[in-house]
Design a protein around this ligand. Sequence first.
Ligand code: FMN
Length: 351
Amino acid sequence: MKTSLTELLGCRYPIIQTAMGWVADSVLVSATCNAGGFGFLAGAVMTLEEIERSIADIKARTDAPFGVNFHMYVPYAEDIVDLCIEQKVKAVSYSRSPSSASIEKLKRAGIVCIPTVGAMKHAVKAVELGADALVIQGGEGGGHTGSVATTILLPQVREAVTVPIAAAGGFRSGAGLVAAMALGADGIAMGTRFLLTQESPVPENTKAVYIKTPPEQIVVSTKLDGLPQRMIANSYLSDLMRATGIGLLVRAIRNGVAFTRLTGGSLFGMLRSAWKMYRSGNTTLGQTMMAANAPMMIQEAMVKGIPDKGILPSGQVAGVIDDIPTVDALILRIMSDADATLNSLATCHRG
Ligand SMILES: Cc1cc2nc3c(=O)[nH]c(=O)nc-3n(C[C@H](O)[C@H](O)[C@H](O)COP(=O)(O)O)c2cc1C
């Protein structure tokens, strides 16, 4: 299936595996690319050295193009940009835009810039800043998410921009791919569905929690970093919801220090990038202070396999997923289901 998205990214199928902190590692990304999709490495929770090692590992596992996701709040964001250029990665993704100078530098090097946005005004702004394509994430989606459903947001953005669009938030099947394309997308982007695959590094007991949770228990909270995030309701989230302002501040400082240690930076460097982020005008000081919360709280469940001791970012779609296929089987199934859906729609149309 050729679309403007497959042409732009150089992949066989219009299916993106999005970046997920602690989940989208070199094994998952290369499995996606080998299966004909396009994978993004979750660089936002990695040190520069880890990103470099992961890129080398992806290249050892696949010849197909792939992308790197990063977050502008790490002090070495500019170094990640330079690394992506040096390593000739095909695309970068981000949810908070890097500086326009960085975007220009990436584009000059021929790297596709494809940010994730969850609101119409952010989509228009991202294109003005130079995005070559967009991932449009509706409110059903996992992790940071907006408040408008995919079925509303997607056609709204389609009418406003001309760049290729991957629809995200709630996708898992071939019927979903066809529906997204009918609403104006050029492909789909999925996080949660790829989290629940054999190649995903998430421990089995954590995956089991995702599989057994119904959609109604996958809720949105702003308690992590002040921005709406969709996750599975568990006892840890209930504790967070009850925490007072002081309790949240103590947690934010503790997680900030832990994140600084993990990413090999200094506390001063972190405070400096937090200040830069605040000055850029996209976030409040409170949100900036809490920016390191999410990556640290996700780690407990995703890496250590203690689902009750951390947060479990998830799209509502987890509530209707009941298997853990290999990435290859998943992508083939989606594409053959898409064919079957198109055929049955054509038959139905002909009467
Ligand atoms: C466990 C998890 C971790 C995530 N981490 C990131 C991240 O590090 N960077 C990012 O841009 N998006 C992140 N996201 C959002 C996903 O990349 C993607 O946009 C979203 O999952 C799409 O919705 P879906 O889950 O319904 O497919 C995360 C999502 C999940 C479920």
